[in-house]
Design a protein around this ligand. Structure first.
Ligand code: MN
Length: 401
């Protein structure tokens, strides 16, 4: 752990309060299939306010009229969170962000300028020109925004020397947050953590109050791991999205970060209310038509138990096979019946559905379910399906042998 004890403000002890910067409405919407209507985004923003996220990035004002209007409308629909907007390091982008949020006091702006050769090449600018662009844009944005966040885009692939130059330039212009991005998802936790620690040490030597944020993508499945490594190494703000939606394989999922803070408050905490997460997840799933049933915390399957041994454990003691407490996240833990179920689970499930059955009757249910699967008639069994099986057994006067 290289978490610096010599830094000020936010680092009280090992467990720190991490700021949640939600970008569902900006990076999330940039994901394929994830375009949302303004009305849907306003509903999501209100739910994010109920989760109590620290920042909502509601759009990229200059990118479209719709994004601009969404930002304006979100700024009239919420009160508590900071509202952020994305901008390239150019005047027009900064002006548009200000115009969208000008009546909202807790406004902030998120400026990005590429620092890796791979991405900077598209702008056909030298390193010095990019440094000047970064400094100019932060300086200009400070006229309209007290809080300016700067992302050296693709920091994970940049030369540290270039990253340092850009950071120094924006720090000298009074930037509040430096956000280290694994834009293309190429870092692994250990090296990414080192980059965070090194950047933080450097940045704090210029401004001891600067906040280090982190922005990770999930192309190689490491968005959460890299974000946790960043937190371990001193990051104090995590950018994330509901359901992990976002460019390509998506961003770090907000619900996974919050789940970690609930499961391991000795590591870090947040100001978020986990009970409101599931509702946000459902709103995002509905607006985008995308969802992953096995996604941690919010997936349909993740608090369900189907196999006999697990059902037996759960009916005795929930803690046996369920580490996260479903209810803390506005979920319910469920027993699902299938061919792998055992009599403990089936008896408990039947009782939930209003049937008191014997062990032998439970075995008969499992036998019937297994036959339906074996004969390729049915493979999923809802509560209604089970009620039908149980009623049918009663009507046909099932007598255990
Ligand atoms: Mn991104």
């Amino acid at each position: 752990m290289s978490d610096s004890n010599n830094t000020t403000n936010y680092v009280q002890n090992i467990a720190r309060t991490i700021r949640i910067f939600d970008t569902t409405l900006r990076d999330g919407e940039q994901g394929a299939y994830c375009t949302m209507y303004t009305s849907e985004k306003i509903e999501i923003a209100k739910q994010l306010e109920k989760i109590n996220v620290d920042v909502i990035e509601a759009g990229f004002a200059v990118s479209s009229k719709e994004n601009f209007e969404t930002m304006q409308k979100v700024s009239r629909a919420v009160k508590k969170p900071y509202l952020c907007g994305l901008a390239r390091g150019i005047k027009g982008d900064i002006d548009a962000t200000y115009q969208a949020y000008k009546d909202y006091e807790k406004r902030m702006i998120h400026i990005f300028v590429p620092v890796s050769k791979a991405i900077a090449a598209k702008l056909k600018k030298s390193d010095d020109e990019l440094v000047r662009m970064a400094a100019f844009s932060v300086n200009y944005a400070k006229k309209y925004f007290d809080t300016v966040e700067f992302t050296p885009e693709d920091a994970a692939r940049a030369d540290f020397e270039m990253l340092e130059k850009v950071c120094r330039a924006v720090l000298n212009e009074g930037v509040s947050i430096i956000d280290i991005a694994d834009t293309v998802s190429c870092a692994y936790p250990n090296e990414f953590g080192k980059l965070i620690a090194r950047t933080k040490d450097f940045a704090r030597s210029i401004n001891p109050d600067v906040i280090i944020g982190v922005h990770c993508h999930n192309d190689l499945g490491l968005a959460l791991a890299n974000s946790l490594s960043a937190i371990e190494n001193g990051a104090e703000q995590v950018e994330c999205t509901i359901n992990g939606i976002g460019e390509r394989a998506g961003n770090c999922a907000l619900e996974q970060i919050i789940a970690w803070s609930i499961a391991r408050p000795d590591f870090f905490t947040t100001n978020a209310n986990p009970k409101e997460i599931y509702k946000a997840s459902e709103l995002v799933a509905k607006a985008t038509g995308t969802r992953n049933d096995f996604a941690p915390v919010v997936g349909k399957a993740v608090f369900s138990h189907k196999a006999g041994i697990h059902q037996h454990g759960i009916t005795n003691n929930k803690n046996s096979y369920e580490f996260l407490d479903a209810e803390k996240f506005g979920r319910k833990s469920e027993l699902v019946v299938g061919p792998h179920s055992g009599y403990h689970g089936v008896m408990a499930k039947a009782s939930e559905l209003g049937f008191s059955i014997t062990k032998e009757e439970a075995y008969e249910v499992i036998a019937q379910v297994s036959e339906l699967v074996r004969k390729k008639i049915q493979k999923r069994f809802s509560d209604d399906d089970l009620i039908k099986i149980l009623q049918n057994m009663r009507e046909t006067g099932f007598e255990p042998v």
